[in-house]
Design a protein around this ligand. Structure first.
Ligand SMILES: [Zn+2]
Ligand SMILES: [Zn+2]
Length: 393
C-alpha cells in the first residue's frame, strides 16, 4: 500500500435525465421493450433449438416449464407497453409501441405454444437460451442487490456506456458454445499431463473439498493469466478493454475483448480437465464462478465480514479497476485473495473504495474501436519505439 497517497471518496453525479422515476412511463417503456426482445428471442429458440440453444444448458432446464415464464413475460410486455400510453409521454409511447410490436411478432411466430420436442444436438450453436436466462437471472439477482445495498446510490442503471456493456453481455452469452469448443480443444493439448492416480485421489475426496481444490487451482491459473495480461506490453491492450469501463456495476464485468474471453476460458479449462473432479463438484464451481464474476463488479456495499480476507469481493475487485496509482496492477485474483497475498499484489486500504476507475490512457469508446484497440495501440507503441531509436541513432 502507498502510505503517502491521499485517498478520496468517489463523487458520483446523478444524471437525472437518465433516471427511472415512477409514473413517467420510462420504466414501463424499458420493461416492455426488454420483455418484447426476450420474448422474440425465446420463441426463436423454441423454433430452432438445434441452432439457438446450448447443448449443456438444455439439460439444466425444462423447456415446457419455461414456456409458462415466457407466457407471463409476453403478457407483461403488452401490459407495460399499454401503460406507456396511459402515462402519455411522447418519448416513451414510441418505445412502448416497439415493445408491443415485438411481442406481437413473438405471438405471430408461435408464442408460448411452440411444441417442445427432441433436439438434434449441434456442436456449434448460438446460446440464445443462455443469453435470455442469464439476463433474467442477472437482472433479478444483481440489480436487486444493487438497489438494496448500493455503494453509490446516485449511480444509475442507465449509467454512461451501459449499451456498450450490454453488447458485450450479449456477445459473450451468444458465443458460449464457440467458447466451450475452443476451451475444450485447447485443454486437450494437455493430455500428456493427465494422471489417473491424481484423478482417482481427487475423486476420493468429499465433493466440497473437490470444489475447494478446483477453486484454488483455477484461481492460480487465472491469477497468472491476468497478471500476464497486465505486465506483458503486447497483451495489455487486449485486457485494457475490460479496464476501460469507468462506472462499475453488474453489467460492467461483461466488457472484455473476445481474445481475452476465449483465452481465459481455455486456460481455466486446463486445471478442470486435469483434476477430473466429480460432475457435482464441477457444477458447483461453475455456478460459484459465474455468480462471483458478476458480483465482484456490482455497485454494492454488502458487509462481507471476514469473507473479504478469503474471497474476492466487490471492494477488492473495484480496487483492481481503479486508475489510482497505488492500485495499478494489483488484486489479480478471480476467486480468492490468496495468490495476491502470496505474490505481493494485494491492495485493500481498509474500508476505502476507489475514487476513479478506468485506464490511465483512454481507450476508444465504441465497440469497434475497442475490438481494434490491441492492433492500434501496439502499432502506436512500435512507431514510438522506432522514432525513439531513430532519434538516438
Ligand atoms: Zn485486470
Ligand atoms: Zn473486472
Amino acid at each position: 500500500m502507498d502510505s503517502g497517497y491521499e485517498y478520496r471518496p468517489r463523487e458520483v453525479v446523478k444524471d437525472v435525465t437518465q433516471e427511472f422515476r415512477l409514473g413517467e412511463g420510462r420504466i414501463s417503456a424499458y420493461l416492455s421493450v426488454t420483455l418484447g426482445v426476450l420474448s422474440v428471442l425465446s420463441v426463436l429458440a423454441y423454433l430452432y433449438p438445434s441452432y439457438l440453444t446450448t447443448t449443456d444448458l438444455r439439460k439444466a432446464y425444462d423447456g415446457e416449464q419455461l414456456q409458462h415464464v415466457l407466457k407471463y413475460g409476453m403478457y407483461a410486455s403488452l401490459l407495460f407497453g399499454m401503460l406507456t400510453f396511459v402515462l402519455n409521454r411522447a418519448a416513451y409511447k414510441k418505445l412502448g409501441l416497439i415493445g408491443v410490436g415485438l411481442t406481437l411478432v413473438a405471438f405471430a411466430l408461435g408464442g408460448y405454444s411452440v411444441p417442445v420436442g427432441d433436439v438434434e444436438p449441434r456442436e456449434l450453436s448460438l446460446g440464445v437460451d443462455w443469453l435470455v436466462l442469464a439476463f433474467l437471472g442477472s437482472t433479478l439477482i444483481f440489480m436487486t442487490l444493487e438497489k438494496l445495498f448500493p455503494k453509490y446510490s446516485d449511480q444509475l442503471i442507465l449509467r454512461p456506456e451501459w449499451s456498450v456493456d450490454l453488447f458485450y453481455f450479449c456477445f459473450n452469452h451468444l458465443a458460449i458454445s464457440a467458447i466451450l469448443i475452443f476451451a475444450n480443444y485447447q485443454a486437450s493439448h494437455f493430455d500428456w499431463a493427465l494422471s489417473p492416480a491424481v484423478q482417482d485421489a481427487v475423486r476420493a475426496t468429499p465433493v466440497l473439498l473437490q470444489v475447494v481444490l478446483i477453486v484454488l487451482c483455477a484461481d492460480f491459473v487465472l491469477y497468472w493469466e491476468h497478471r500476464l495480461y497486465h505486465e506483458v506490453q503486447l497483451l495489455w491492450p487486449i485486457h485494457a478493454v475490460h479496464h476501460s469501463v469507468e462506472n462499475i456495476d453488474w453489467l460492467a464485468g461483461s466488457r472484455g475483448h473476445f481474445v481475452q474471453v476465449f483465452s481465459e476460458r481455455a486456460l481455466v479449462m486446463v486445471p478442470l480437465y486435469l483434476l477430473g473432479a466429480d460432475e457435482a463438484a464441477l457444477n458447483i464451481y461453475v455456478v460459484f464462478a459465474a455468480l462471483q464474476a458478476v458480483l465482484i463488479h456490482c455497485n454494492v456495499a454488502i458487509p462481507f465480514g471476514p469473507i473479504k480476507y478469503l474471497l474476492v469481493t466487490p471492494q477488492f475487485h473495484h480496487w483492481h479497476h481503479s486508475s489510482e496509482k497505488p492500485a495499478l496492477d494489483t488484486n489479480y485474483g478471480a476467486h480468492t485473495v490468496l495468490f495476491d497475498r502470496l505474490f505481493g499484489t494485494y491492495h485493500m486500504p481498509k474500508d476505502l473504495w476507489p475514487a476513479f476507475y478506468g485506464t490511465t490512457t483512454p481507450l476508444p469508446r465504441s465497440v469497434i474501436g475497442q475490438l481494434l484497440y490491441p492492433v492500434t495501440a501496439n502499432r502506436q507503441r512500435w512507431a514510438r519505439k522506432r522514432r525513439k531509436r531513430s532519434q538516438t541513432d
